[in-house]
Write a protein that binds this ligand. Structure first.
Ligand code: SF4
Ligand code: SF4
Ligand code: SF4
Length: 272
């Protein structure tokens, strides 16, 4: 009988131990994998605006890095082995540097030689906005309207990288009626504030807000995307609207730790 045979028992014991070690390693790796996967989701790693759906994107992207070079705020990076994205493909980590659209004409999409980042949707949206405006004013643009601005706004809204969320209002300073005084951001990231022609480094600018509204004040889509709502009793909370495209400027600037406002990416996570 096996139980009475010490040699066999030892072999069985060793075998069982080895299986246990292997099982623990497998379970540990799986836990690590899923833990990291969820942290990728939370930190807002996204594809550049206009990127095709992930499967098509992976076929179309030739990893040339032209989008990386053209982005004036250096928002786009190429994925390393440790990302849950195909090696060498472009992504944006909004904690480091969000896409602030300060290139104006979605230059990463315009420069992509294979249309993995698809400029057609932006061009179409820009042209359509001008066409509709011209039609509204009987074939002529009104003198006080800058057609370039009309085009740019329509282009920014033409595709969604993700959407901003406030998972826990308690994390938000405005929700407690608190202000914010200090650097505009903790990272050496670039930003062209709305209405300005100059880009600034956010860690070199001091702000002093009676009620924190950084996510609202610097959103490149303005009140199409986010507004600060008064809740009463001195409390406020940003309200995310349909125009939010998930650019991540709000997450980059939110001064709380962890961030009160985070991007839920729509594209770019490898599911296989
Ligand atoms: S849209 Fe402009 S700012 Fe945004 S990632 Fe592309 S090149 Fe950079
Ligand atoms: S709320 Fe504005 S800043 Fe935040 S992701 Fe949406 S569009 Fe970008
Ligand atoms: S920047 Fe952050 S803390 Fe400030 S209002 Fe927006 S979500 Fe709240």
């Amino acid at each position: 009988m096996a139980a009475n045979n010490p040699k066999l028992s030892r072999r069985q014991f060793l075998k069982a131990s080895a299986s246990a070690v292997i099982s623990l390693a497998v379970v540990g790796s799986a836990a690590y994998y899923f833990k990291d996967k969820s942290s990728v989701l939370k930190t807002g790693v996204i594809r550049p605006p206009g990127s095709r759906d992930e499967e098509e994107f992976l076929y179309a992207c030739i990893k040339c890095g032209l989008c990386v070079q053209i982005c004036p705020v250096h928002a786009i990076k190429l994925a390393d082995w440790d990302h849950y994205l195909s090696y060498g493909t472009p992504y944006i980590d909004v904690n480091q540097q969000a896409c602030d659209f300060s290139c104006d004409a979605i230059q990463c999409a315009e420069t992509c030689p294979t249309a993995a980042i698809n400029f057609k949707i932006f061009k179409h949206a820009g042209d359509k906005a001008i066409e509709e405006l011209t039609k509204k004013y009987n074939g002529q643009l009104p003198p006080n309207v800058n057609p370039f601005e009309v085009q740019i706004i329509a282009m920014r809204e033409a595709d969604k990288m993700g959407v901003a969320k406030i998972p826990d209002p308690n994390q938000c300073l405005a929700y407690h009626g608190h202000g914010y005084k200090g650097k505009l951001g903790k990272t050496h990231s670039l930003l062209r504030p709305p209405g300005s022609q100059e880009r600034i480094y956010i860690d070199e600018v001091e702000v002093n807000r009676e009620i924190c509204d950084l996510c609202v004040a610097y959103c490149p889509l303005g009140d199409h995307a986010i507004e600060l709502k008064e809740l009463g009793n001195g409390k406020f909370l940003p309200e995310i609207k349909d125009g939010c495209v998930g650019c991540g400027v709000c997450q980059m600037l939110c001064p709380t730790e962890p961030k009160a406002i985070v991007i839920e990416p729509f594209k770019g996570l490898e599911t296989a």
